[in-house]
Write a protein that binds this ligand. Sequence first.
Ligand SMILES: *Cc1c(COP(=O)(O)O)cnc(C)c1O
Length: 363
Amino acid sequence: MRKFNFCAGPAALPEPVLLQAQQELLDWRDLGCSVMEISHRSPEFVEVAERAEQDLRDLLNIPDNYKVLFLQGGATGQFSAVPWNLFGAGGSREERVADYIHTGQWAEKAIKEARRYGRVNIVASSEDRNFTYAPGPDSWCQNENAAYFHYTPNETIGGVEFDYVPEVSCPLVADMSSNILSQPIPVEKFGVIYAGAQKNIGPSGIAVGVVRDDLLDRTLPEIPRSLSWKIAADAGSMDNTPPTFAWYLSGLVFRWLKEQGGVEAMAQLAERKSSLLYEFIDGSDFYSSPVEKSSRSRMNVPFVLADERLDKEFLQQAEEAGLLNLKGHRSVGGMRASLYNAVPLEAVEALVAFMVDFEKRCG
Ligand SMILES: *Cc1c(COP(=O)(O)O)cnc(C)c1O
């Protein structure tokens, strides 16, 4: 029996997608073998790859002057790829600088990696209030020579989401790992968007990159081949063997998203799901959310109990009630409910009903 899964990643996948994959697992398209067992260069797989790209372009309304890349190494690979691919036009090691907003653990990892290749200018940081909000543009301190401006639109661990897109004069780079495809985005405002798949796209093992054409020739000369967006773009993301099953499954998710009404429908659903949970938490004295209201994530909802000694009991009983993976990140504790696209409204309704009941019995 399938349970309600609130895992932060790898996360829930749409049931119809899993069923289709199951049905096709042994004999895909009457080929007598699985999609995992054929060449990535076969016409059959190339069709899968191209269709996935087109569906993603349709879903996010990606302009023609952007390349869509299917990459390896996860979002963490892109923490390195970003400086490698964009610092090339920035002069010597000492002259290279990039702007970063520091909003929590994922931003910090991106920053640490960029510092290995150039200087990082921290435009703004929410560390002063324990990363519980997205800093507004009035507090920014940009560097006029920055090769790019990087931010994390949704901090998966802290549950902090920007409710606006930064306006900057250099290429805007966004790690959208945990909120891509959850709402329409103005792609033309971005230079680069990247996302690990395992939250809102598909299984782990693949990452999506959306890169504006004119940013493909800024690589540092010593860039490792496997990190080069230019090489990936020229090779249709097949410079080497891609994770074909993850690509195929991501394609099934894109199809499913289109059938659901696309990212507009996902935005409405995300609003309904997250406000149901936040409104309940705000109305309760037993549960609370540490995140500032205007920055609360629609995808990841961290919350704490009035008495943390009840955490273990809460998690155990939730699991017995069929509500999985509500434990907060090991670094912050408490609870976290991740409400990605594939998590249905009924899951959130069941969670709230459980929370009401738990408070009555144990609160
Ligand atoms: C999960 C996550 C990552 C890390 O992804 P990997 O694919 O494990 O490298 C990076 N950034 C954000 C915002 C994430 O949610």
